[in-house]
Design a protein around this ligand. Structure first.
Ligand SMILES: Cc1cc2nc3c(=O)[nH]c(=O)nc-3n(C[C@H](O)[C@H](O)[C@H](O)COP(=O)(O)OP(=O)(O)OC[C@H]3O[C@@H](n4cnc5c(N)ncnc54)[C@H](O)[C@@H]3O)c2cc1C
Length: 482
């Protein structure tokens, strides 16, 4: 389940932090957001250190489809309606500036990352909706074109297309850009204080702290866990599917995404809230759709990723919380985190350097007050988190009935446990209480992982942490069959 980006881009490992150091700014997370933010800060003369729990680009950035576009689906008319024309225009301008900034950096830094210019299109079966969207896009200053015929083998009334957008190889880009930066890999931040970031083997004292960890993991202040959920979706790389010229996304629920990379057509879809797994196989359904549309095609790779979704559809970019004036955050990208990573980097650089930025208010996390969030949630989460680790006795009939390669939640005399039977017939047993805020994990048969339906943390079947906001694995115990 490795993405084509990870398969085709290697880089030398950076050392872990082993010291107590000082910096003007520290960035937590070396995905696209963290690396771009550190790069922009360094360009502005701010001495910056990046701390990464795993490898550069190993998170969602290594599993994206990597279209860089201001065309975020059928969004213009909806955004004008929800937020007004002025805010919608600023949203568009920020993302257009982000696309141009990528082009500039690739050109000036001579980065070899397969960046190519394409039209970005949203297709729909609803002709009237397409007409309205084209009009709304033009009102916001986008040179949108309404095309009645498109190259995809889908039934639709046409597409709204925006020229001059780009696609690239995200890991080639992010790893090349990070070469001049001070990045520590295998360095998980475990504690954040007002101007101090602590890891297992060292710490950074910094004037400014940026959370670019995909999901901001400090719960209080900020309460980002109550303002976002995560959504997972799936991608297959198809060989022998012909060649696409544009980048496409469908409108509505259960939509598909298309782009070309070299000989591969990347087909994405099957989105669902993380932890709320769908019946049947997401990969199987995507493969079935591929077979219908491209009968000659053959899947060469498949992978999945997730992103944070906010309640008003806009990301959180700006100050972390009123009582932490030196903390900043960039999250909630709604699956448009390539352009939003650059929007974040440019905006956070301005905020940290004290420059004006016209979008600061549009994306400010403070646009919601914490007063809106029920106190109950806060207390409830804390209470469950306090549960002590438990030892489970797995009933013998569970072991007998569970098929190899399958996982399930089982009732034991001590309460619920998560069990997985490996292909070799060994049982792996884990606690299914999420260490982040105590929600019950659900088995994800697609990825053979334990996923949290509340905030999207994920763990492999042995209990190791895969995705935050949790910052530690789940407790595992060898089987004790009673
Ligand atoms: C299937 C799919 C397709 C997508 N396709 C597109 C697309 O075509 N175009 C687009 O614009 N967007 C797309 N997106 C969205 C985009 O991929 C993401 O928004 C983006 O990659 C997020 O980047 P990031 O740097 O914020 O997060 P990440 O890449 O996840 O980086 C966060 C990093 O922080 C690290 N970290 C976490 N906790 C700690 C800690 N305590 N200490 C140190 N490090 C830590 C992690 O290890 C990770 O490397 C897609 C999303 C999905 C799900």
């Amino acid at each position: 389940m490795e993405s084509i980006w990870k398969k085709t881009c290697d880089s030398e490992k950076r050392p872990a932090l082993k010291d107590h150091i000082q910096a003007e700014a520290v960035v937590i997370g070396a995905g696209m957001t963290g690396i771009l933010t550190a790069w922009q800060l360094e360009q502005a003369g701010v001495r910056t250190v990046v701390l990464e729990a795993d490898r550069i680009g190993s998170g969602q950035t290594g599993n994206t489809t990597a279209k860089i576009t201001l065309q975020h689906g059928m969004f213009c008319s909806a955004l004008i309606e929800k937020k007004g024309e002025e805010t919608a225009r600023k949203y568009v301008q920020a993302n257009q500036a982000a696309v141009e900034e990528y082009k500039r950096i690739v050109r000036e830094e001579k980065i070899d990352c397969d960046l190519t210019e394409r039209d970005a299109c949203v297709y729909s079966g609803d002709r009237e909706k397409l007409r309205r969207e084209t009009e709304a896009a033009r009102k916001l200053g986008i040179e949108a074109l309404l095309k009645e015929q498109i190259e995809l083998p889908v039934s639709c009334a046409g597409a709204v297309c925006v020229p001059g957008q780009v696609q690239f190889h995200p890991l080639k880009f992010v790893r090349a850009l990070s070469e001049c930066l001070n990045v520590y890999e295998d360095t998980r931040v475990t504690e954040v204080e007002p101007n101090l970031v602590t890891t297992a083997c060292g710490s950074v004292h910094a004037g400014k702290i940026v959370f670019a960890s995909h999901f901001p993991f400090v719960n209080f202040p900020g309460m980002y866990f109550a303002r976002m959920h995560q959504e997972r979706s799936y991608v297959i790389a198809l060989e022998h599917a012909g060649e696409l010229h544009g980048m496409y996304i469908g409108d509505g629920k259960d939509t598909l995404s298309f782009r070309q990379y070299g000989p591969y057509l990347l087909l994405g879809g099957q989105a669902h809230r993380t932890g709320e797994n769908r019946e049947g196989g997401c990969y199987d359904r995507l493969k079935e759709a591929a077979k219908q549309m491209y009968p000659e095609s053959r899947p060469a790779a498949c992978w999945s990723a997730q992103d944070c979704m906010t309640s008003d559809g806009l990301p959180f970019i700006g100050g972390y919380a009123a009582d932490c004036p030196d903390w900043y955050v960039a999250a909630g990208f709604q699956k448009w985190g390539m352009s939003f990573a650059m929007v974040s980097a440019m905006l956070l650089k301005d905020l940290i350097c004290g420059n004006e930025n016209p979008c600061a208010e549009v994306f400010a996390p403070s646009r919601f007050s914490s007063g809106e969030i029920p106190q109950l949630m806060k207390e409830g989460g804390k209470a469950v988190k306090g549960l002590t680790k438990r030892f489970f006795h797995l009933p013998a009939e569970t072991d007998a009935s569970l098929k190899r390669g399958h996982g399930a939640v089982v009732e034991t005399p001590q309460g619920k446990a998560g069990v997985y039977k490996t292909e070799e017939g060994n049982i792996c047993q884990v606690d299914i209480v999420c260490p982040h805020m105590g929600c019950e994990l659900a088995w994800n048969p697609e990825e053979r992982s334990w996923d949290c339906p509340c905030h999207g943390s994920r763990f492999d079947y042995e209990g190791n942490l895969l995705d935050g906001p949790a910052q530690e694995g789940i407790w595992q115990k060898s089987t004790d069959i009673s």
